[in-house]
Design a binder for this molecule. Sequence first.
Ligand code: GAP
Length: 433
Amino acid sequence: MAKKQPTIMDKLVSLTKRRGFIFQSSEIYGGINSCYDYGPLGVELKKNIKELWWKSMVYERADVEGIDASILMHPRVWEASGHVEGFTDPLVDCKNCKMRWRADQIDLEKGCPNCGGELTEPRMFNLMFKTFMGPVEDDAHVVYLRPETAQGIYVNFHNVRESMRKKVPFGIAQIGKAFRNEITPGNFIFRTREFEQMEMQYFVKPGTDEEWFEYWKEERFKWYDRLGINKDKLRFHQHGPDELAHYAKAAFDIEYEFPFGWSEIEGIHNRTDFDLSRHQEYSGKDLRYYDQEADEKYIPYVVETSTGVDRLMLTTLVDAYTEEEDRVVLRFKPYLAPIKAAVLPLVKRDGMPEIARKIEADLRKRFKVFYDEGGSIGRRYRRQDEIGTPYCITVDSQTLEDGTVTIRERDSMEQIRIDKSRVLEYISERVMP
Ligand code: GAP
């Protein structure tokens, strides 16, 4: 029988493990379904994606502030938000092979997608992880792991507004972990039960929400260019009435064409005044905003932008992955690359390692760099290409004569010579977002 060819996803899973990006969680115990650990290179890629988002959503804008709210919140938050009642998926079990499915993602008429067996009637399953605060495990002590970071923003709306003297319209951004007891996690880090979100809630005057919704839709779509994603692989998907979340009046997903099909990477939602109104009702606190100019009080409407860090990692990895005749390259934007430069003495003698170590120490003050003196230069370049390192600096015999080094660029493989004193400046100019 012909051997099954590995898919792009198979190759990526293998590369990311072999080269220290992503490991199965608790692997020595056989792993735990849908949980992953980010290794030395994965954690850098993740940090770079978050920094780019934070820079464009918070630092570059005068109208958005950041926060970092706690994961555990008062349980009433989740009653007010509608998650206790409505954050559910319909679950069916196969009576034959016992596999579980989301009823809304399969053709129930055809039976179990795995074995064709008879399915149970759909039952609603709440996706929130429940635990207990303190030593007593009873209903009075139930708390939830947040299924979205957004609620930490709503409950802090007035704290941020007052402390930062903000006027509507303004936004609050947050990056943090979220948890969902997904029925069908999968596709590597695409859908997991523990993940990180980057969310921004933009508070606007009622009646201006549709305009702001359009604005944020366009802004967020454009942002993927900064992330370096091929725009032919991006599209919008508008939610139909049966897809809309319980809080949304309108929603668009930004989708990416993964090897397993077009799938959501970000949602832009018009959440109206749903969340703040509900928190006002459940907390008994006045959450209205006093608009001095119009001399009126209202509950602001919210336009939300919400994306997942892990999902964007998968997007950047898939999009950057390129197989060429004799090499595999991760063509990340330089500022996303986990390692910005590799310093390579051509041989391990004649004072080359000493010069290379000095260059490495100099670069290390600013970036994550890698020093490698083992193996042929061609193999060392290939190893850096495979992890997306944009620049390789080689110290060779000419360096000993005139103090210049070669800089090899990853994508074009072109090499130039510059004076070794200019290396830090040269790399810095090219790897900043
Ligand atoms: N606050 C709105 C909200 O959470 P969502 O569409 O459910 O909306 C937003 O999620 C984003 O969070 C998604 O576009 C995706 O990038 C990420 N996300 C959601 N569930 C995820 C999961 N199980 N695993 C990884 N990322 C997830």
